[in-house]
Design a protein around this ligand. Sequence first.
Ligand SMILES: *Cc1c(COP(=O)(O)O)cnc(C)c1O
Length: 373
Amino acid sequence: MASQRIPLCDLAAQHAEIKNEVDAAIAGVIAGGQYVLGPELEAFESAFARYIGVSDCVGVGSGTAALKLALQALGVGRGDEVIMPANTYISCAFAASQIGAVPIFVDVSDDHLMDVGRLESAITDRTRAIMPVHLYGMAADMDSVMRIARRYGVKVLEDVSQAHGAALSGRRLGAFGDAAAFSFYPSKNLGAYGDAGAVCTNDSYLAERVRLLRNLGQRHKNEHEIVGENCRLDALQAAILRVKLRRLDAWNETRRAAASRYDELLAPAGFRSVRHHSPQAHVYYLYVVQACERDRTVADLAARGVQAGVNHPTPIHLQPAYRARAIPSGTYPKAEWAARTALSLPMFPGISEEQIARVATALIECATPAQPQ
Ligand SMILES: *Cc1c(COP(=O)(O)O)cnc(C)c1O
């Protein structure tokens, strides 16, 4: 059916593949009657910790909460600085701001990831943490980040919300820093059926702090050791995530195959998506290209039945929430260039050869590649 609209992400198709297992998992939680904390959550936490290759995983209410609680558990607080890429999702900055810390932005490179060459000059005596973001599914340069962080004695919190399952030299992202935050927002490579997130770490003291913070400061019921919040990953989501985790590697393989097909079809027209030198280090949460007149291009693609996505049209430093910082536009030129020109093409496990071909044809018909800044 060549005329059918091609969505950015097809969650219904994904559900159809696992419907029986998801139904059984949900029925199991209902039969057990424990909806908050308990065995389903613990089963997912240990399965995910094992998958990532860390000692501890703590399920929380969202990726935003995972970032915030991990920063808190790392001891970041009022007046501390947290360094992050200028081109990322707003949650990274909010996680710092919500606990009174200050997000410090570093411009990105042509690959849209934090330019580690600029990292050292952003470090001050107030820097407490660096937050590399594995954007679009692609590994940040963790060797350089860790080397610099260790030299200056600052903590590293990886944001792996867009790169579940990606690995560098055989080690999964999320196992490099002092802690890692994951979002399981429905569209992510590993997505729940609602909001969900997790913190992973090899530091069991840190994990214990996050466990207290997510559960009103309680280790034992009605004994509140610290000021915490109600921010737990619920048992139904945990049960669904455990079903989907078994498929994650296979789904990531189909995303990679779809990405290389896009690469082949689009390269002759001058479009190139951001690629990674190490193939296992990209799990293509998004397949991003850059076009002149991006917004017009997205509208023209929609008219051709292709839904394209625009992820961070306004960089964080130019958002109204940070107006008081008065960071002028032009401060992070590469991030602003990415925000102006980037769009993502339909990408999901099970996208067909025919859908990929239709998307590529439509893009070539209505878009002009944007040149690097
Ligand atoms: C999705 C995402 C988040 C936020 O996760 P939520 O679960 O929506 O709160 C944080 N960082 C990045 C890079 C993300 O892509």
